[in-house]
Design a protein around this ligand. Structure first.
Ligand SMILES: [Zn+2]
Length: 198
C-alpha cells in the first residue's frame, strides 16, 4: 500500500468509526450528568469511546490471521450474550459505574451494527453461541417486512463469499459522500456540541 492509500485508509477507518465514537461520547456525557460527577472526566470519555469501538477489534484479529481485513469481519467480539456478561462482571470488580458505562457502549455498537442502514449489513449473531443466525433491525423496509429479520448461517456464508477487502469497502461507503459517511460526521459534531452546551 502506498503512503497516499495508507492515509486514505486511516481517514476511512476514522469515518467508519465516527458514529460509534459519537454514541460512546454521548453515553459518557449522559452517565456523568446523571450519575456523576466522576474523578477523571477525560478518562471517562476515552473509556466510553474505546468500548463503543471495541467489538470491531475482530477486524484487527482478521488482519493478523488473514493478512488483510475483510469488510465482513464480525466474529465473537460481536456476540452480545458472551461479551456483555464477561465485561460487566470483570469491570464491576473495580467499579459499577464503569461496568454499566462499558456495557451500554458495547450494546449501542451492537444495535448500530444491526440496523439495515449499515452497508455491510446482515446484522450480528445476537443469540450466539446458542444460534449462528444473524439478526438485523429493518428500518428502511419497516413497512413491508418484519422489524427483526433473521439471516440463517447459509445466507450469511453466501454474502461472506464476496470477500471484499476493507479498503474497497471504505472507498465505497466512507471515502466519499454517502448516507454512512455524512451520518457519522454529523453525529460526531452533534455529540461534541452537546458536550459543550449541556
Ligand atoms: Zn461492529
Amino acid at each position: 500500500m502506498k503512503i497516499y492509500d495508507k492515509i486514505l485508509f486511516l481517514i476511512g477507518i476514522f469515518l467508519a468509526g465516527a458514529m460509534d465514537m459519537a454514541l460512546g461520547n454521548f453515553i459518557a456525557h449522559c452517565m456523568i450528568k446523571f450519575f456523576g460527577p466522576v474523578e477523571h472526566v477525560m478518562f471517562t470519555y476515552i473509556f466510553a469511546i474505546a468500548f463503543a469501538l471495541l467489538p470491531d477489534i475482530d477486524a484487527l484479529l482478521q488482519r493478523v490471521s488473514h493478512g488483510k481485513i475483510l469488510s465482513n469481519h464480525r466474529n465473537w467480539p460481536h456476540w452480545p450474550l458472551l461479551i456483555l456478561p464477561i465485561i460487566f462482571f470483570t469491570i464491576n470488580i473495580f467499579s459499577f459505574f464503569y461496568a454499566v458505562l462499558a456495557c451500554l457502549c458495547l450494546f449501542i455498537h451492537y444495535i448500530h451494527d444491526s440496523v439495515d442502514l449499515q452497508e455491510n449489513g446482515g446484522g450480528i449473531e445476537w443469540l450466539a453461541p446458542f444460534s449462528d443466525s444473524q439478526y438485523q433491525i429493518s428500518i428502511k423496509r419497516i413497512k413491508t417486512e418484519k422489524l427483526i429479520v433473521e439471516f440463517p448461517k447459509e445466507k450469511i456464508e453466501k454474502i461472506k463469499k464476496k470477500k471484499e477487502t476493507m479498503y474497497r469497502w471504505l472507498k465505497k461507503y466512507y471515502l466519499k459522500i454517502t448516507e454512512n459517511s455524512l451520518l457519522g460526521i454529523l453525529a460526531l459534531i452533534t455529540s461534541l456540541i452537546i458536550n459543550i452546551i449541556w
